[in-house]
Write a protein that binds this ligand. Structure first.
Ligand SMILES: [Zn+2]
Length: 354
């Protein structure tokens, strides 16, 4: 296995280099662990590593990536390689029994090993994890190798982890960093607008520009997700598994894609609401006569005091209270399909005129 062959992997990371050395050493000595657990933040990258390791195990030339065996592995067509992926939110008992337990009880065709790769293994329900643990403890064949993949190592049972060779992988570019970048972009845009609002320099145009900017950002994110999704779909179609199974996988991929899209846009909007709420709270704190000790953002004190505390009318605090409740309500309703662009416009416009 060569580090450069692995998609998205950080070639200079010491843990990655060490992992590759370890795996190559066990391939050379033909002393392969019965169970691996690969963790990292890029699920495509993790699958890629698992497939390269499988090539190394099946190929007579140590994983040349050119022979028929290697090609079959990489295209998920190898008869003794099985990929198990959760459909919907978790790995269901039915697919575990049908697709997995049945297959591992069959004899290998003509290889020395049978490999099962389990993606998103942290989504196993408790019942499945129990059954899987029994299989790990007492495998139905000496030739079985399991490669578990997970983006969330913390969610995996200790009893399962302790039976696997656990390797953490570090990726260069992955979607979570793309998403973190967008989140930071949204946050800094929100701070800029709010600063303008509390300086009394913002008007309704600024608010409309801001919310359409956020909307655009979320749309871009979903275009990127669609691209990833398409790659996943073509990967599934090329897998050579039976049609019924493929059509179910395609349906599941569609559903998990929708869920993921909604999850990321909700996280961004919730974050924006939280920042607005922190500013509104600061306004109320200063209006109530407290000092900068109690502020979410200490630097807000001067600006807010100057712009909100001269000629204070009695009922003004209650207006901010109203805004605060609207933010809370909208934030809670994010899981229902509220139009967040309109919600942002309304709340921010009220804040501009408050
Ligand atoms: Zn080969």
């Amino acid at each position: 296995m060569e580090i450069k062959d692995i998609e998205f992997l950080d070639n200079h990371n010491r843990e990655n280099i060490l992992n590759i050395k370890l795996l190559n050493h066990s391939l050379e000595k033909k002393n392969i662990a019965h169970a691996f657990l690969f963790s990292g933040t890029n699920s495509d990258g993790l699958l890629n590593i698992a497939l390269l390791l499988s090539c190394g195990i099946f190929c007579n030339d140590g994983g040349c990536l050119r022979c028929k065996v290697c090609k079959n592995v990489l295209n998920l067509k190898h008869a003794d390689l099985f990929l198990l992926k959760p459909s919907g939110a978790s790995l269901s008992a039915e697919e575990f029994r049908k697709d997995f337990e049945q297959k591992i009880n069959k004899k290998a065709t003509n290889s020395l090993h049978r490999i099962t790769i389990i993606q998103e293994c942290e989504t196993m329900t408790a019942g499945i994890a129990d059954r899987f643990l029994k299989i790990l403890e007492d495998p139905p064949g000496e030739d079985l190798i399991f490669i578990l993949l997970s983006e969330n190592l913390g969610a995996i049972r200790k009893t399962i982890k302790s039976r696997c060779q656990v390797l953490n992988w570090h990726f260069n570019s992955d979607f979570s960093s793309e998403y973190t970048f967008k989140l930071e972009e949204a946050a800094s845009g929100t701070e800029v607008l709010l600063m303008k609002i509390i300086s009394r320099k913002a008007d309704i145009e600024d608010v409309l520009d801001f919310s359409s900017g956020i909307d655009e950002m979320i749309n871009k994110l979903s275009v990127e997700m669609n691209e990833r999704h398409k790659k996943e779909i073509s990967f599934i179609k090329k897998s050579g598994m039976d049609e019924e199974y493929i059509s179910r996988l395609l349906k599941d991929a569609e559903e998990s894609h929708k869920r993921e899209k909604k999850k990321f846009s909700n996280l961004i909007i919730a974050h924006v609401f939280d920042i607005i709420s922190a500013y509104v709270e600061d306004i109320m704190v200063i209006m109530s006569g407290f000092g900068d000790k109690f502020l979410n953002r200490k630097n807000n004190y001067e600006v807010i005091y100057k712009n909100y505390c001269d000629n204070m009318k009695d009922n003004r605090i209650s207006r901010f209270n109203d805004i605060q409740s609207k933010i809370a309500l909208n934030r809670k309703s994010l899981t229902e399909n509220i139009n967040y662009e309109i919600a942002l416009d309304r709340i921010l416009a009220e804040l501009v005129f408050a």
